[in-house]
Design a protein. Structure first.
Lengths: 457, 389
């Protein structure tokens, strides 16, 4: 039986394609990376079908790339070596919400939109940390690429919110990780060896996550935003430090763009939430007081006349950040996502503007503060998908940003293939070899999203 | 291709597939096929690829293009400034396919029937007015309104029943109206939707000339598809005159109708037809009628008004069935949504929706717990004694 027929036998022919149309769509994403070959697209309906596909691929030595929402913008789930794209979105059941212990057990294809709507309808006192990405992206995909969401400043990265997983190994074993490995409940990741870590940040190179247990959090009734503005780039680390000392905020990001002129400032956007109106009022008052004392009141100014549209945009969960793709009326957007210590932000801020201008772009920034320790600094580049030179300029801008990030001691989040190479070249050789050994142990034939996290030769 | 300059601006972020509050997917072809190629963004990217030669004409490409119901959920929910033109881009792509002569057989057959017979049912024009037999429905002769029935109302058995109900209620409401009967022509909405713009324009011009010759000032339509054509597309070709859907006329007459109504207890959910709702913003008139029916309790499906899920018949699929059925078809999902809303009646005001949902109900609701009824049919049930033949 040939590969196509075997896949049809597993999922049913409606959910397998080797047609040019699906090959075209799955061979590229919405970022600036060039298209790459796809041979088959398969959409499994459950873990057993995932298991059978992996056993087939392992037997035949065919690469498999698991795909969630497909919106990394860095082509992480566009195969580098052809083979099967395993689109997980048919596995879209919300299996359990344990309200008292605050966790949800979901299949890997559940979208942010679906979980959000489900919680709103059936568990309105709970919420999950929702990324800035469009609501069609999957919860699992975001968690296992170490994504962050609107609760990250308070509770940590979305990958830190993983309680456990069901995974399928390339050799076909289905494993439960976390407390579900021992008991019938999915409420905690430990205290046993942290096996979910073998599937987080690995970009699908170690196996396929089919279920995820995710922590849920209280959903306060009241939310509001306080915004401060500044033109003092050098004050950024201190302002972030002081505002995160309070431990009272829900979300915290920095935003700026050169056009229109009134947006050409550093805006510190602090989202506050509370269970009581008085609590919210108190938090707003405290943040204003604290901000007003930074550098003797010279560092930032409160923005009292926030435009209603901006207020909505800041409070939206998720925010409609995708609109940036139309800045150049071209449907293209990619960003180099640097994870930086706070004190590196000023240098990155200046460099990002320099890179944008060098490529004829208007600089625009959205940076999310990740808990109290680091910032996701987005070097954002919109481009015109119809203009090859513009696409190439965006790629170069991303590459220059990546190199700069590494040069100042930063890390690159969900980097495209070239960025991963840069990271691996700088990586401690023993660490790189450890990664290689783990991959080899997990995936002896190297079929899982090959090309990612490869040690330099 | 028209709108070609916009195709590349789609980011494929996927808001277009959702509802306002992201409650769920709401794009019929995407819900059925689940491949990204069947999403609005996938369709736009593939159209661009087809124009540039990166994707060749194929049965699959035709299926992707024509499985779209043009329901305009994408128009409503896309976050980009070109959102208003998304359906126009799909129609333009179909025009390009028509121009290239690479039509799916079902679409080709539809056009052929329309060209040869003047209707997709391949029935003679003489039979167009047969639905009104036995009713007091005059041929239009300077009445206040021309009742335009359309092909489905004229020839389809289910559509004919709805046409008769509409005529009865209009009569009871004291509305002065007449029909064209055998002289009525197809409105061409589906021809335009499927990319035969030239055929559509030909029909539009003939209809406009006919309306002018008959001195028609006001048209009331049975079918939201015809309403859409007359209210939007004919206007662009220079048509004047007022156009209404029958629910709008009856909603204005509701006070006159109230004394004629008796109780007909039912829990009713209303299904917004895309061509009445999202395409033309008519959401309240049908609800006003239903709310006025004694004994009727209105319930809303979560997906209502601008978030309503299409029945799957739009964009020509009522005739071509390129979208296809099955458990993930939007018609079956819509039946389940109505049941979830606690309805025992699903009210529609479009003969195409009625038939699509009827068919879906046979599979999804074999015990007939949910009845599919046109608003006009429900009103006829509630009319005290219908003395009008």
């Amino acid at each position: 039986m040939d590969i196509y027929t075997s896949l049809c036998d597993i999922t049913g022919s409606d959910y397998v394609s080797r047609r040019q149309e699906e090959q075209y769509i799955y061979s590229r994403d919405s970022g600036a990376q060039p298209p790459r070959r796809v041979d088959y697209v398969a959409m499994p309906g459950d873990a057993e079908e995932v298991q059978r596909i992996l056993m087939l691929a392992n037997r035949e030595g065919i690469p498999v790339t698991p795909l969630g929402g497909g919106f990394t913008l860095s082509a992480l789930v566009v195969p580098q070596k052809g083979g099967i794209v395993m689109d997980m979105k048919r596995m879209d059941r919300i299996l359990e919400v344990n309200e008292i212990s605050r966790y949800a057990l979901i299949e890997a294809g559940v979208s942010q939109a679906a979980l959000r709507a489900y919680l709103k309808k059936y568990h309105p006192r709970l919420q999950h940390s929702t990324p800035e990405a469009p609501p069609t992206v999957t919860v699992t995909g975001n968690a296992i690429i170490q994504g962050h969401g609107h609760l990250t400043p308070r509770y940590g990265l979305n990958s830190d919110m993983v309680n456990g997983m069901e995974v399928v190994l390339t050799t076909g074993e289905i494993c439960k990780l976390g407390s579900a490995a021992v008991a019938d409940f999915w409420y905690t990741r430990g205290p046993i060896p942290d096996l979910p870590g073998l599937f987080i940040g690995w970009f699908g190179t170690t196996g396929v996550v089919t279920k995820l247990s995710l922590k849920l959090y209280p959903r306060p009734q009241y939310r509001d935003v306080v915004v401060f503005s500044s033109d003092d780039i050098d004050a950024i680390p201190e302002v972030i430090f002081e505002l995160t000392q309070l431990d009272l905020l829900e979300d915290f990001f920095l935003i700026a763009q050169e056009k229109p002129d009134w947006m050409n400032h550093i805006f510190y956007v602090v989202i506050l939430s509370a269970h009581f109106e008085e609590e919210l009022a108190m938090k707003k008052r405290i943040y204003r007081e604290v901000a007003g004392k930074i550098r003797g009141g010279e560092a930032v100014k409160p923005v009292d006349d926030l435009h209603p549209a901006l207020r909505t945009r800041f409070l939206d969960v998720p925010p409609k950040a995708a609109v940036a793709a139309d800045f150049r009326k071209g449907g293209g957007f990619q960003y180099s996502a640097a994870i930086l210590p706070f004190d590196k932000a000023p240098a990155a801020w200046r460099k990002g503007i320099e890179i944008a201008h060098a490529h004829g772009m208007v600089a625009s920034y959205v940076h999310q503060v990740l808990t109290c320790h680091s910032i996701m600094f987005g070097f954002n580049y919109s481009f015109n998908r119809a203009d090859k030179a513009d696409i190439e300029a965006a790629r170069q801008a991303v590459d220059e940003s990546n190199r700069f990030t590494l040069a100042i001691g930063g890390m690159i989040w969900k980097g495209e293939a070239e960025a991963q190479k840069l990271v691996m070249e700088r990586m401690d050789p023993n660490t790189a070899r450890l990664i290689e050994r783990i991959k080899k142990a997990m995936d002896p034939k190297g079929i899982m999203n090959p090309g990612n996290w490869e040690a330099p030769r | 291709m028209k709108y070609e300059e916009l195709l590349h601006r789609c980011f494929r972020c996927g808001y277009c597939k959702l509802t306002d509050d992201y409650d769920g997917f709401n794009c019929p072809p995407y819900m059925k096929y689940r491949f990204e190629s069947f999403s609005p963004g996938g369709r736009l990217w593939l159209t661009r690829a087809w124009l540039s030669g990166d994707v060749e004409t194929s049965e699959r490409f035709q299926q992707i293009l024509y499985a779209c119901t043009l329901c305009a959920n994408c128009v409503k929910h896309c976050i980009f400034p070109f959102n208003d033109d998304i359906v126009n881009m799909f129609i333009a792509a179909r025009e390009a396919v028509v121009e290239a002569g690479t039509l799916p057989p079902a679409v080709r057959d539809y056009f052929k029937a329309l060209q040869v017979h003047g209707n997709p049912y391949k029935e003679p024009a003489e039979k167009r007015g047969d639905w009104a037999r036995g009713l007091s429905v005059p041929v239009y002769d300077g009445h206040d309104y021309l009742l335009y029935v359309g092909c489905v109302g004229s020839y389809d058995e289910r559509g004919q029943k709805i046409a008769r109900a509409v005529a009865r209620v209009l009569n009871r409401a004291g509305v002065s109206f007449g029909i064209l009967g055998r002289e009525e022509l197809c409105d061409g909405n589906e021809a335009r939707a499927m990319g035969e713009t030239w055929l559509f324009e030909d029909l539009a011009k003939k209809n406009m000339a006919l309306f002018k010759a008959r001195a028609v000032k006001k048209i009331v339509t049975l079918d939201p598809h015809a309403y859409n054509a007359f209210a939007k597309d004919y206007k662009k070709l220079g048509a004047d005159g007022e156009v209404y859907h029958y629910t709008q006329i009856l909603a204005e007459k509701i006070d006159a109708l109230r004394p004629l109504l008796k109780a007909c207890p039912a829990t009713v959910a209303y299904h917004d037809p895309c061509y009445l709702g999202r395409h033309n913003g008519v959401y309240e008139a049908p609800r006003k009628l239903l709310a006025a029916l004694p004994g009727v309790t209105l319930t809303e499906m979560d997906a209502n008004r601008g978030n309503a899920l299409c029945c799957g018949g739009g964009g020509g699929n009522f005739f071509t069935d390129i979208l296809g059925g099955g458990k993930d078809s939007s018609a079956r999902i819509r039946i389940a949504q109505a049941r979830e809303a606690g309805a025992d009646v699903l009210a529609v005001c479009c003969p195409q929706c009625a038939k699509m949902l009827d068919d879906a109900g046979k599979v999804e609701d074999p015990e007939n717990r949910l009845e599919i009824v046109d608003v006009a049919e429900l009103m006829v049930r509630c009319l005290k004694q219908d003395e009008t033949p």
